[in-house]
Ligand binder design. Structure first.
Ligand code: TYD
Length: 139
C-alpha cells in the first residue's frame, strides 16, 4: 500500500546549452513506469484548484513545464505539499494517494504522464471513501 514516502521529486537530465536548455524523460528510467498517457493543464484561472481525487491504479509523473503550482499528497494518514517550479524536476505520484493541485501561477503549464489509459472507474473522488479504502488497505 503506497504512502507519502513512496512519492517524491525526481531530478531530470538537464543539457545546458547557450542556445537553450533541454531536459527529457524516458520510460522506466527517470519515470519509474511505462508511459501510457500524457495530458496537460493550462489556462488555470487564479485561485482554482485541480485534482481532488485518488487513482486506484494510475501512477503519475508531473512536471511544471512553466510557472509554478503546489501538489498536495495525502495517504490517509499524512499529507505533504510539493511545490513544482522548475522544468527539470518531476514529481512521482504512486497509485493510491489523494492529491490536490493549487496555487497555479499565471501561465503555468503542468505536464502529466500516466501509467494507464483514462478510466473514470479508476478514480476515487470522495475523500471519506478514500480514507475508508486506505484504512482497510484496499487502495
Ligand atoms: P480530472 O482528472 O478530474 O482533472 P484534474 O485531476 O486535473 O482536476 O479530469 C477532468 C475531466 O477530464 C474529467 O471529465 C475526465 C476528463 N479526462 C479525460 O477525458 N482524459 C484524461 O486523460 C484526463 C486526465 C481527464
Amino acid at each position: 500500500m503506497s504512502t507519502i514516502m513512496n512519492a517524491g521529486i525526481i531530478p531530470l537530465p538537464k543539457i545546458l546549452d547557450l542556445r537553450g536548455n533541454l531536459s527529457f524523460v524516458e520510460n522506466m528510467n527517470q519515470i519509474p513506469f511505462s508511459i501510457c498517457r500524457t495530458y496537460w493543464l493550462y489556462d488555470v484561472p487564479g485561485g482554482e484548484s485541480r485534482g481532488g481525487h485518488a487513482y486506484r491504479e494510475n501512477e503519475e509523473f508531473v512536471v511544471a513545464l512553466s510557472g509554478s503550482f503546489d501538489v498536495m499528497l495525502d495517504d490517509g494518514f499524512k499529507k505533504q505539499v510539493f511545490t513544482l517550479n522548475r522544468s527539470y524536476y518531476g514529481l512521482y505520484i504512486p497509485k493510491g494517494l489523494w492529491r490536490e493541485m493549487d496555487n497555479f501561477s499565471t501561465n503555468s503549464f503542468a505536464l502529466e504522464f500516466g501509467s494507464v489509459p483514462f478510466d473514470e472507474g479508476d478514480y476515487v473522488r470522495d475523500y471519506n471513501e478514500f480514507v475508508q479504502l486506505k484504512t482497510h488497505g484496499k487502495i
